[in-house]
Design a protein around this ligand. Structure first.
Ligand SMILES: NC(=O)c1ccc[n+]([C@@H]2O[C@H](COP(=O)([O-])OP(=O)(O)OC[C@H]3O[C@@H](n4cnc5c(N)ncnc54)[C@H](OP(=O)(O)O)[C@@H]3O)[C@@H](O)[C@H]2O)c1
Length: 324
């Protein structure tokens, strides 16, 4: 017998219930994992609410975790009982003590990468890596604007963009979060609660605007981003923390001749070669301390509902873990 967070229906954090479950022996191509640390991501909130139809109900949320291989199913090669692995998958189910997972999605953990750091950064770190190196490659000398700069992905983007040689402008929702964004690498921090973000970006950039904008906030920031992007800039809308961006009239992109992307990390890591290559880039950046995990909040797995409430109410900074 094992325990998982199970939701019977879509809804608020209260639908996340600690529930005893049976975990069968792993099937062909599967391993049983005993999770040690589970990453909490904003996408888990969209899934919990039913906004992203990625989970059948009743179901267990969670897209990333680290743990130990406890049993190996028929046909699995390259993984052994006791091995440490981490993963990010489109199939939810990580909010569990134990779980059967496809072996081909597992990334073996090097000795110098801890379970907690891996669980904190598999999804957020690979997202930051792909956004900055593939979706809209940030170049030395670029001015980049990063919304929610003190958040889980935001702190990583600030640090990585600064290391690339960009001038980094971050927005935060309160003064208390500004020091964190600065500490991570932001040269300039704008408090979106009290300041006019677009006006401040134009002031900081001498009227030019930001060359690249990485926007995970969505509805509340999309028009602000359009207003303060530079000519020939690239606006990357990669999340909806404040709600979905309404349908866009592409003619709005013409006056400044800008590019607009709406990426997801999953297609970039859909095949095993790209998954392992992106994970290797991530681990390399962690080793070089270009980025570091900023695990500011941990909760027992059974208290997943509290973690969701805190994330949704903007009470968190950095990465959030559930400990199993
Ligand atoms: N496309 C992808 O593949 C991908 C992958 C990972 C994450 N994401 C997206 O990246 C974004 C950040 O994810 P995360 O897990 O790191 O979360 P997070 O940034 O730690 O938390 C979200 C932050 O968004 C800001 N925010 C602004 N308006 C908000 C509102 N109305 N409600 C809630 N938050 C609001 C808050 O920061 P302030 O208070 O400082 O404004 C909040 O802390 C999310 O939109 C997520 O979906 C996308």
């Amino acid at each position: 017998m094992s325990n998982s967070i199970i939701q019977q229906q879509s809804g608020g954090p209260e639908v996340l219930q600690w529930t005893a479950v049976d975990v069968p022996a792993p099937g062909p191509g599967e391993v049983t994992l005993r999770h040690t640390a589970i990453g909490v991501n904003f996408i888990d909130i969209y899934v919990r609410k039913g906004a992203y139809p990625m989970m059948t109900l009743p179901g267990t949320p969670g897209m990333e975790a680290a743990g130990l291989v406890e049993a190996v199913g028929p046909g699995v090669t390259g993984l052994t009982v006791g091995q440490r692995v981490a993963y990010v998958m489109t199939a939810p189910g990580a909010y569990s003590e134990r779980r059967n997972v496809p072996a081909e999605r597992m990334v073996p953990l090097p000795d110098d990468i801890t379970d907690q750091d891996a669980a904190a950064l598999m999804l957020k770190g690979m997202t930051a890596e792909r956004l900055l190196h593939k979706t809209a490659p940030a170049q030395a000398g670029d001015t980049v604007l990063i919304h929610a700069a003190a958040g889980g992905v935001g702190l990583l983007l600030c640090a990585w963009a600064r290391a690339i040689g960009c001038t980094v402008i971050g927005t935060v929702g309160s003064a208390a979060k500004a020091d964190l964004a600065r500490g991570a690498g932001a040269h300039h921090v704008i408090d979106s609660g009290t300041e006019d973000v677009a006006a401040r970006v134009m002031e900081i950039t001498g009227g030019k605007g930001a060359d690249k904008i990485y926007d995970g906030v969505g509805k509340d920031t999309f028009e602000i981003s359009l207003a303060c992007i530079a000519r020939f800039g690239h606006l990357v809308s990669f999340g909806n923390a404040s709600g979905a961006v309404p349908p866009v009239n592409i003619a709005l992109l013409a006056p400044k001749c800008i590019a607009l992307s709406r990426p997801q990390v999953f297609p970039y890591i859909a095949d095993r070669a790209n998954l392992l290559a992106t994970a290797a880039n991530l681990f390399d950046a962690m080793r070089k301390r270009i980025i570091t995990a900023q695990i500011h909040h941990t909760y027992p797995l059974a208290q997943a509902a509290q973690a969701h409430d805190d994330l949704e109410q903007r009470r968190t900074t950095g990465q959030i873990l559930l400990l199993a």
